[in-house]
Design a protein around this ligand. Structure first.
Ligand code: OXK
Ligand code: ADP
Ligand code: TPW
Ligand code: MG
Length: 571
């Protein structure tokens, strides 16, 4: 029995915006925040940690944001990034836009300044109209003005980030929200968990029938798996569809490993054969954007019919007509297709023609991976990485650069879903260390990053973050001394060529100075030895892999996009 005095004090016990926000996140099963603190959100971080939440604090908001974005991809829960007002917010905004572009669920929560002063442009501390600036870069931008709206604000942000096509959400948190008070009882009543935030979206039966009909009549069907298929986490069902029908598949970069790269129906090593040669292409969670040559032209050859599975209805016909649009979530659509295609088997001669080419490409690549050169090149260095990683199928592989990206994608096999994390839809440099922190903390497994030396520079300072949290991350810097190449000379240039860095940099020493492990590898054997040692040690490590400055090519595999001036060229 409570006495009167106790009852009165409980009834008037207060909570505030800080605590309500933390309670709302925890209630929604969110246990991790990535961010950079300062006015007005410092106390939020402190209280969050004191109440048992994980807080990974970065050196720059962009990397905290990239971490949140990829945590969203791996877990299907929105990754949370917290930033301070104006400049901190803007630093995080690139990552929010990246999450939206890549269809990763993420919430950027930023502290902001006093509305009255901002709106009259009276010069508040870190004044900026953040809400309106964020709006075009995310699925939705919300502001929570009142403590009693925190529950609904968080619920709306979560539902928006994960429902339909996933993406980024901006949540504006004005400083004064945090100190507003409510009674504990009223506060608790104001919080809730959204019911079924990412509901199944069942495809229309006639749309399924249309697709089934098209596939059954195909002579050379092909399944193209995109990162949406990896995100959906219906791995077994996708594998069953592929194996039951005998249709060959090829993965986009971040769908590698959804089925093992060694799967007998994997046509990736015959990509330039299967794309033009196929007659019906089934896109599962992949957009016909620049990465797929917009579904037309030489890459695709002559006539082609597309079946497209996507949750976003207006993705259909974005570039070419989709013969059989299947709007729905991948789990539901693939289940319906399996039912409709029961008993159907793709022509085995198509698969065997592909298998022959795959074997040919692999045989052609093999000697390059094993041939020693005076200085390492991309083939023999990454060949060594591939051999080591065979023994660690569950590591996450983070990858960025140009040659360092494209060669790694081609050479290093993936064995499990959602383990290859790379530059994505934008080909953006800078995802490296943020992705490493998130992959390590979310999976609890080791991470290896294969980084071009330029790419690494965008987030290099975050190796201190790896050390601070003692994360099992091995960063391999593919050090060729520049962007694409390290030996460019520009006739008439006043300074060193614009693609070059200081030659002979020892990135391993940088890691050592922060208290991590550093190695310097000049041969594939050394690289393999250090990589194995690093993974087994579980310690933050950087391997400076010295690559022949002349080994790379402009923009790796997408050279054609790097336009050159024709003016003044000799005919
Ligand atoms: C693939 N291949 C193989 C294997 N796997 N050969 C042997 N063994 C194995 N296991 C072959 C495959 O058949 C291709 O050869 C080639 O390797 C390359 O494969 P892949 O899949 O990478 O194909 P392709 O044509 O490069 O794919 C196009 C693409 C891809 C656009 C989807 O390049 C991509 O994801 N690019 C991302 C680039 C990017 O974002 N860069 C960012 C920085 S650059 P063929 O003979 O069949 O063709 C930048 O922004 O500025 O410079 C800048
Ligand atoms: P990739 O770059 O690998 O080709 P994209 O990012 O272009 O992949 O495409 C991913 C697609 O997957 C997006 O169009 C997105 O709407 C879709 N998508 C994401 N999750 C799901 C899901 N659960 N069900 C259906 N479609 C999805
Ligand atoms: C945010 C442009 C694409 S690739 C690249 C840059 C600067 C670096 C390539 O050199 P690296 O790799 O990493 O040393 P390698 O092996 O070929 O030498 N800014 C952003 N994103 C992109 N994509 C660029 C610039 C770019
Ligand atoms: Mg380089």
């Amino acid at each position: 029995m409570k006495n009167d005095i106790q009852a009165v004090s409980e009834a008037t016990e207060l909570t505030d915006g800080f605590h309500l926000l933390i309670d709302a996140l925890k209630m929604n099963n969110i246990d991790t925040i990535y961010g950079v603190l300062g006015i007005p959100v410092t106390a939020l971080g402190r209280l969050w940690q004191a109440e048992g939440g994980h807080f990974y604090s970065f050196r720059h908001e962009q990397h905290a944001g990239f971490a949140a974005s990829i945590a969203g991809f791996i877990t299907k829960k929105p990754g949370i990034c917290v930033t301070v007002s104006a400049p901190g917010f803007l630093n995080g905004l690139t990552a929010l836009a990246h999450a939206t572009t890549n269809c990763f669920p993420m919430i950027l929560m930023s502290g902001s300044s006093e509305r009255e002063i901002v709106d009259l442009q009276q010069g508040d501390y870190e004044e900026m109209d953040q809400l309106n600036i964020a709006r075009p870069h995310c699925k939705a931008a919300f502001r929570i003005n009142r403590a009693e709206d925190i529950g609904v604000g968080i619920a709306r942000a979560i539902r928006t980030a994960v429902s339909g096509r996933p993406g980024g959400v901006y949540l504006d948190l004005p400083a004064r929200l945090f100190t507003q008070t409510m009674t504990v009882e009223e506060g608790a009543k104001s919080l809730f968990v959204p019911i079924d935030p990412a509901p199944a979206q069942i495809p229309a039966p006639d749309a399924v029938a249309r697709a089934v009909d098209l596939i059954k009549n195909a002579k050379k069907p092909l399944i193209l798996l995109g990162k949406g298929a990896a995100y959906a986490q219906v791995d077994d069902s996708i594998k069953a569809l592929i194996e039951e029908t005998g249709i060959p598949f090829t993965p986009m970069s971040m769908a590698k490993g959804l089925l093992s790269d060694l799967h007998p129906q994997n046509a990736a090593a015959a990509r330039s054969f299967v794309l033009p040669e196929s007659d019906v292409v089934i896109l599962i969670g992949a957009r016909l954007n620049w990465l797929l040559a917009h579904g037309k032209g030489k890459t695709w050859g002559g006539s082609k019919k597309f079946v497209q599975i996507d949750i976003q209805s207006n993705e259909m016909d974005s570039n070419v007509q989709i013969a059989a649009p299947l709007v729905g979530d991948i789990g539901s659509v693939v289940a319906a297709l399996r039912t409709g295609l029961k008993g159907f088997k793709a022509d085995a001669t198509w698969m065997s023609a592909i298998a022959e080419r795959v074997a040919g490409s692999k045989a052609k690549l093999a000697p390059k991976l094993a041939t020693a050169t005076p200085l390492m090149n991309y083939s023999n260095s990454l060949g060594a990485v591939r051999e080591v990683l065979k023994a660690y199928p569950d590591i996450s592989l983070v990858n960025e650069g140009a040659n360092a990206l494209d060669n790694c994608r081609m050479i290093v096999d993936q064995y499990q879903p959602r383990k290859r994390l790379d530059t994505g839809t934008w080909g953006v440099m800078g995802i490296g260390m943020g992705y490493c922190v998130a992959a390590a903390t979310v999976t609890g497994k080791p991470v290896v990053a294969v980084e071009g030396d330029s790419a690494f520079g965008f987030s290099g300072m975050e190796i201190e973050t790896l050390v601070r949290y003692n994360l099992p991350v091995t960063v391999i810097v593919m050090n060729n001394g520049g962007i694409y190449k390290g030996d460019e000379v520009i006739a008439g240039a006043k300074e060193a060529a614009c693609t070059l860095f200081t030659p002979g940099i020892r990135y391993d020493k940088m890691m050592e100075s922060f208290g991590g492990q550093g190695f310097h590898a000049t041969t594939p054997e050394e690289l393999a030895k250090f990589l194995k040692q690093a993974i087994d040690s579980g310690k933050p490590t950087l391997i400076n892999a010295v690559i022949d400055p002349s080994a790379g090519v402009e923009s790796g595999r997408i050279q054609g996009l790097n336009i050159v001036s024709q003016v003044g060229k000799k005919k």
